[in-house]
Design a protein. Sequence first.
Length: 292
Amino acid sequence: MLFQRAYAKINLTLDVLGRRGDGYHEVDMVMQTVDLSDVLWLEPRDDGEITMDSTSSSVPVDERNLCVQAAHAFRRRTGFRGGVHIQLDKHIPVAAGLAGGSSDAAAVLRGLNQMSGAGLTLDELAELGAEIGSDVPYCVYGGLAIARGRGERVTRYPHVPAMYAVLLHPRIFVSTADVYKGLSPSDFTDAPRSETMVQALAEGQLERVAEIVHNALERVTMSLYPELKALKERVASIAQRPVHMSGSGPTLYVLTPVQTHAQRLYNALRGIMKDVYVCRFVGGYAEAHARS
Ligand SMILES: C[C@@](CO)(OP(=O)(O)O)[C@H](O)COP(=O)(O)OP(=O)(O)OC[C@H]1O[C@@H](n2ccc(N)nc2=O)[C@H](O)[C@@H]1O
Ligand SMILES: Nc1ncnc2c1ncn2[C@@H]1O[C@H](COP(=O)(O)OP(=O)(O)O)[C@@H](O)[C@H]1O
């Protein structure tokens, strides 16, 4: 049995440069892994089947699951014929803007690479991941990175900022496709903030980071879900710090470089919401099982 951890991400910046002809948007985003994770167990099957189970009833366990899609994509790419049963212990909220599904898919790619001995590089796994979803290539690497294109062009930064994020997941279901559809040209920019963000993180200007955070999708998500806007204002008044949204939402987060501040904030926010998490920024996945 093989064990893989699949971490959540938050978007520290998310700029949209414009709409493309293929139904996607050209984006430029700073992604950061946080230590909220799903756990996957991969068990070889003698009959060559791909099957899965999940602790969460909110995700399908058939071909719609990104884990199953990743296993098929891996077999197509490598010719690996082995079967696998995937046990998914789900802890990352679903459809939350935290890339839980993409991260699970990336974990299956890394896990099958190890199990099969196929020896694909992380770059090759990331390229394969793009067939499954825009965020999967980033999730193959994890850590701090800028993702461009539709998300699949990833530049990694080895730096791990000493930062905490308090995440809040209001139980609202958000469709990523609907949010992108709601963008208008006034949401687009030619001047993405990603380089500025990465520089501030590298220079340890952690208090500046919260000022640079930007998410072009926030206007749309907040207009689709006015209750989220109200919640954000309430959280800001409790936290006395800026509150941000990850990805297409609805997860909100507050950043602080001080662990005791994060813990205090967690205690205060638990009074108004059930799904609150104190997370630390973490680096990328070890490359031990892939050629470099
Ligand atoms: C918004 C982001 C930010 O990190 O994350 P989440 O909120 O999903 O975590 C991503 O761009 C989401 O990536 P992901 O969830 O992998 O998207 P995909 O499955 O590839 O696409 C879902 C749908 O979103 C739209 N889409 C996605 C990516 C992109 N660059 N432009 C788009 O317009 C398309 O309509 C697409 O059909
Ligand atoms: N392993 C998985 N975990 C979570 N969601 C999954 C998974 N496989 C497929 N999905 C589907 O993908 C959609 C987006 O899920 P998720 O990746 O959690 O959100 P987001 O893209 O907002 O970060 C959901 O509608 C869910 O049903």
